[in-house]
Design a protein around this ligand. Structure first.
Ligand code: XBP
Ligand code: MG
Length: 255
C-alpha cells in the first residue's frame, strides 16, 4: 500500500476565495487603466472561469464578446501587457490582506507539517501570485514549506490538462499514488485525476454546479473543530472536519 507522502494544493478557490474579489477586480482595474470599457461582473466572470489562465481568459473574452474592439491582427502582445498590469493589481489586492485563507487551510497545513507529509502547489495562476498570497496569509517563511510551486506557464497546457500535476510529481520525485490533491473546480479535478492523483474537492460558489464525479470526496469546505464541514459526495468520514488523518484515510481508499 502506498502511504500518503505529499498533499498537492490548488490555489485559487482552494487555498482562498481569490477569484471574485481578487482576480476579477484586478482584471477590471487593468482594463480601466488601459482605457477599455470592459467590465467583468460576477456573473460574466463565472462564465469566463471555464477558461483557465488569465491571458487565455482575456483572449477568449476578446474573441467571443468583443471582436469589434479594434485590435487588429495578432493581439498577443496587448493581452500579455494587460495581464502583466492585472497581476500588478492582484498583488496590491492580496497585499491589502482583505482575502483570507479558506477555513481549515492553515490548520491542515500545520497538521501535515507535524506529520512530515510534504506540501506542494499545482496552480494555473502565476508563481508571483502564489508567493503574494502565501506571504500575506501565512508569512514570508511559509513559501519554503512547499517542496514545489508548480504554477502558470511552466507547462505548455494549463488545467484541465494534467501537465501541471505531472510537472509537480516530477519535481517532488513522487508517484501519483503517493499523493493526494485538493481542488475546487471541474477543470482542476480533471487535471489532478488526469495525472492519476486521488483528489478531495472543496467546492465554492463558482464551482458548486461543476461535475465532481471523479473526486474521492466532495465537501463544502475543510471545516474547523467548531465549524463542521458538510460532505456533499463521497464516503462519510469519522470526523466533522478534514484533518491530516482524514486525508490519509481517503488516500488509503484509493491507493
Ligand atoms: C485559477 C485560474 C487562474 C486565475 C487567474 O487557478 O484559472 O487563471 O483565475 O490567475 P487555480 P492568472 O489552478 O489555482 O484554480 O491571471 O494568473 O492566470
Ligand atoms: Mg482552483
Amino acid at each position: 500500500m502506498n502511504h500518503l507522502k505529499a498533499v498537492i494544493f490548488d490555489v485559487d478557490g482552494t487555498l482562498a476565495e481569490t477569484e471574485r474579489d481578487g482576480h476579477r477586480q484586478a482584471f477590471n482595474r487593468a482594463f480601466a487603466e488601459a482605457g477599455l470599457d470592459w467590465h467583468w461582473d460576477e456573473q460574466i466572470y463565472g462564465q469566463l472561469l471555464a477558461v483557465t489562465g488569465g491571458k487565455e481568459r482575456i483572449q477568449y473574452y476578446l474573441e467571443n464578446f468583443h471582436l469589434q474592439c479594434g485590435f487588429a491582427g495578432d493581439y498577443s502582445e496587448i493581452i500579455a501587457s494587460l495581464h502583466a498590469d492585472k497581476t500588478r493589481h492582484y498583488a496590491q489586492i492580496i497585499e491589502a490582506k482583505t482575502i483570507e485563507l479558506r477555513p481549515g487551510i492553515k490548520r491542515l497545513i500545520g497538521e501535515l507539517r507535524e506529520q512530515e507529509i510534504r506540501l506542494a502547489i499545482a496552480t494555473t495562476t502565476t508563481a508571483e501570485n502564489v508567493t503574494a498570497l502565501i506571504n500575506a496569509t501565512l508569512g514570508e517563511a511559509a513559501i519554503s514549506w512547499f517542496d514545489c510551486i508548480a504554477a502558470g506557464d511552466v507547462v505548455p497546457a494549463k488545467k484541465p490538462a494534467p501537465d501541471i500535476y505531472h510537472y509537480c510529481l516530477q519535481q517532488l520525485q513522487l508517484d501519483a499514488r503517493d499523493c493526494l490533491a485538493i481542488e475546487d473546480s471541474a477543470n482542476g479535478l480533471l487535471a489532478s485525476t488526469g495525472a492519476g492523483i486521488t483528489t478531495l474537492v472543496t467546492l465554492n460558489a463558482y464551482t458548486v454546479e461543476d461535475d465532481f464525479t471523479q473526486a474521492i470526496c466532495v465537501v463544502d469546505q475543510l471545516g474547523e473543530p467548531n465549524a463542521p464541514c458538510q460532505v456533499i459526495d463521497g464516503s462519510p468520514m469519522n470526523t466533522s472536519y478534514i484533518t491530516a488523518q482524514s486525508l490519509q484515510d481517503l488516500h488509503a481508499q484509493n491507493n
